[in-house]
Ligand binder design. Structure first.
Ligand code: 5GP
Length: 211
């Protein structure tokens, strides 16, 4: 059982390019949530900082961390490994700090299946349309242009996992999406058991995205 004083785990997942990282940064800034910084074997993008965006490590180091049971969860995403270190997260939660995770559906599933003692709220973030998603993926780093089409294909696989999440939100307008997530977290923190949100709108939107 979590104690009243423990922090909560907030997980945001999304198909790549739905704007989740910006939302995570906003939540951290405005609500003073701590971001869980993952380890990855992916190469850094030009704007990324080691230790802030990720801990960039090679495969041997990553495998050692797995062997030494250092990860709360880890997964292979787009041919690279990504993992959440256990200790920093548990330390923060037990100090009463809320921690926000930007991880994929595999990691979310692993964390949820561990019957962890901390409260967890999960969000799946969707893009407003396929066109906007493709533009966002193409507008990243120049090198990423080459893999935008590949990531579009992954979108159709990833989007299926919305069903595993507590809430699904559409990131059309960043501030509106942030406000929706923020309000849902506040209700959750206040132990509101029954939180209403527009499920019909979400399932209609998903039908449009996958057709
Ligand atoms: P990117 O390479 O674009 O930064 O991230 C690719 C995907 O990996 C995103 O969906 C992101 O949420 C996910 N990811 C990042 N860190 C972790 C992690 O520690 N564990 C898991 N399971 N997924 C992660």
């Amino acid at each position: 059982m979590s104690s009243q004083n423990d922090g909560i785990i907030v997980i945001l997942s999304s198909p790549s390019g739905a704007g989740k990282t910006t939302l995570v940064n906003l939540l951290s800034k405005k609500k003073n949530f701590n971001i869980s910084v993952s380890h990855t074997t992916r190469k850094p993008r030009s704007n990324e900082i080691n230790g802030k965006d990720y801990f960039f490590v090679n495969k041997a180091v990553f495998e050692d961390l797995i062997k030494n049971n250092k990860f709360l969860e880890y997964a292979k995403v787009f041919n690279n490994f990504y993992g959440t270190s256990k200790k920093p997260v548990i330390d923060l939660l037990s100090l009463g700090k809320n921690v926000i995770f930007d991880i994929d559906w595999q990691g979310t599933r692993q964390i949820k299946s561990q019957n962890i003692q901390y409260k967890i709220i999960t969000f799946f973030v969707l893009p407003p349309s396929k066109q906007v998603l493709f533009e966002r993926l193409s507008n990243r780093d120049m090198k990423d242009k080459l893999i935008a089409s590949e990531r579009m294909k992954d979108f159709y696989k990833d989007v299926k996992h919305w069903i595993d999440y507590d809430f699904v939100v559409i990131n059309d307008d960043l501030n509106e999406c942030y406000n929706e997530i923020s309000q849902l977290i506040d209700l959750f923190l206040n132990n509101k058991k029954q939180i209403n949100y527009n499920k019909k709108k979400i399932s209609d939107h998903i039908k449009k995205l996958v057709n």
